[in-house]
Design a protein around this ligand. Structure first.
Ligand SMILES: C[S@@+](CC[C@H](N)C(=O)[O-])C[C@H]1O[C@@H](n2cnc3c(N)ncnc32)[C@H](O)[C@@H]1O
Length: 356
């Protein structure tokens, strides 16, 4: 199996290099409005944002920042196929301006923006980040009423373009081979994720933590899981806020095509380092899924349960008929491919079936 991955250095408010209705899934995390690390970026996109911040007008700054994201949402509406899905990781912001503290509800503003563009919201996921400090509480300590709850969660908002789901031929291989295990379904389709810093993240390379601090990168587990949940083999996954390319890395591991667009060309260098290890990473990710499944099988048998079905490509039983054809791939080779301009980068990835 072969996949292609293209990245454009440019502004996603005009995704000129991406054709109409050519994308099945968007997985992304925008810069979060009203989080200070993105003030300069939003001000460079619209100087009025900086003026509003200077004037202490939080509402105008919040709206001005979201107006920049809205232009990208317009482009997603154009490039997605009917029934295509958007998975959008976003967190709310808390901030004091002119000495007044409040929350800026990014998730609610994004939800309104997608509904206004004809997307249907689907059930979302709360991603709970691990709490790491007892000194995290804000406000007046132990005395009521002016202390504030700490935000320790982010959202993965999910939208479908239009009212209808995508259709597939009955028994289509690209869907059945992309199946996930029954026990993965139970974990992944829960609406609260507390385990995203788990095993898969430790398989990603050790530079990830530092990269995340500097670029707002999300853990590999988030796009990997979403790609497995919401796309089939042969689909194209787009990230219009590409950053260090975590979505593309996840798409390579999951065996899907990908497209990315990013303003900062400096991040491309970070990505070049990251794909050096993608063969090892993709092997480890797929192996870990199979191993975890076999541990699940052992536990279930110990509990006296039996299995009715055998997997076709691996020596293991599965719970349901739908999982039988599940098939993992690992990256065998990555080659650069030439693109139409200096602002485009492309990779052709050869995938091999997972070696047992
Ligand atoms: C939260 S970061 C995404 C990080 C990414 N998920 C990762 O794992 O590295 C948001 C990214 O969007 C980029 N960005 C912001 N506005 C953009 C725009 N209009 N067009 C393209 N990229 C943009 C920023 O430069 C930043 O790298």
């Amino acid at each position: 199996m072969e996949t292609t991955h293209r990245v454009f250095v440019g502004d996603s408010r005009a995704l000129e290099s991406v054709d109409d209705e050519s994308v099945e899934l968007v997985v992304t995390s925008p810069p979060y409005p009203m989080i200070e690390m993105w003030d300069d970026l939003f001000t460079s996109l619209d100087p009025a944002v900086g003026e509003a911040l200077e004037a202490g007008d939080g509402r105008a700054a919040f709206e001005g920042m979201h107006a920049q994201l809205d232009a990208v949402w317009d482009e997603l509406e154009r490039v997605l196929v009917d029934g295509g899905l958007v998975c959008l990781n976003v967190g709310d912001a808390t901030r004091s301006l002119e000495e007044s503290f409040r929350v800026y509800p990014n998730h609610a503003r994004v939800l309104e923006a997608f509904e206004a563009r004809g997307f249907d919201p689907l059930p979302d996921v709360l991603w709970r980040k691990p709490a790491n400090s007892a000194a995290k509480f804000m406000g007046s300590g132990m005395i009521p009423p002016n202390a504030y709850v700490t935000l320790e969660h982010e959202y993965v908002l999910v939208f479908r373009k239009g009212a209808e789901s995508r259709e597939f031929e009955p028994g289509a291989d690209q869907r059945y081979e992309a199946a996930y295990f029954w026990e993965e379904r139970n974990q992944w389709f829960s609406d609260v994720w507390t385990d995203v810093q788990g095993e898969l993240q430790s398989l990603a390379d050790g530079r990830d933590e530092d990269i995340r601090d500097r670029s707002g990168a999300y853990p590999l587990e988030i796009p990997y899981r979403l790609i497995c949940m919401y796309s089939a083999y042969g689909d194209t996954v787009l990230d219009p806020f590409w950053g260090t390319g975590t979505t593309t890395l996840a798409a390579m591991c999951a065996g899907r095509d990908s497209l990315g667009s990013e303003l900062e060309d400096a991040f491309l260098e970070v990505f070049t380092d990251r794909i050096d290890d993608v063969s090892t990473l993709s092997h480890a990710v797929a192996r870990a899924r199979l191993e975890r499944h076999r541990e699940f099988v052992t536990r279930r048998r110990e509990d006296g349960e039996t299995f009715e079905y055998e997997a076709t490509h691996y020596e293991t039983p599965v719970v349901t008929k739908m999982e039988r054809d599940i098939r993992f791939h690992e990256v065998a080779s990555v080659d650069s491919i030439s693109q139409n301009s200096d602002d485009e980068y492309g990779y052709r990835v050869e995938h091999a079936p997972l070696s047992e």
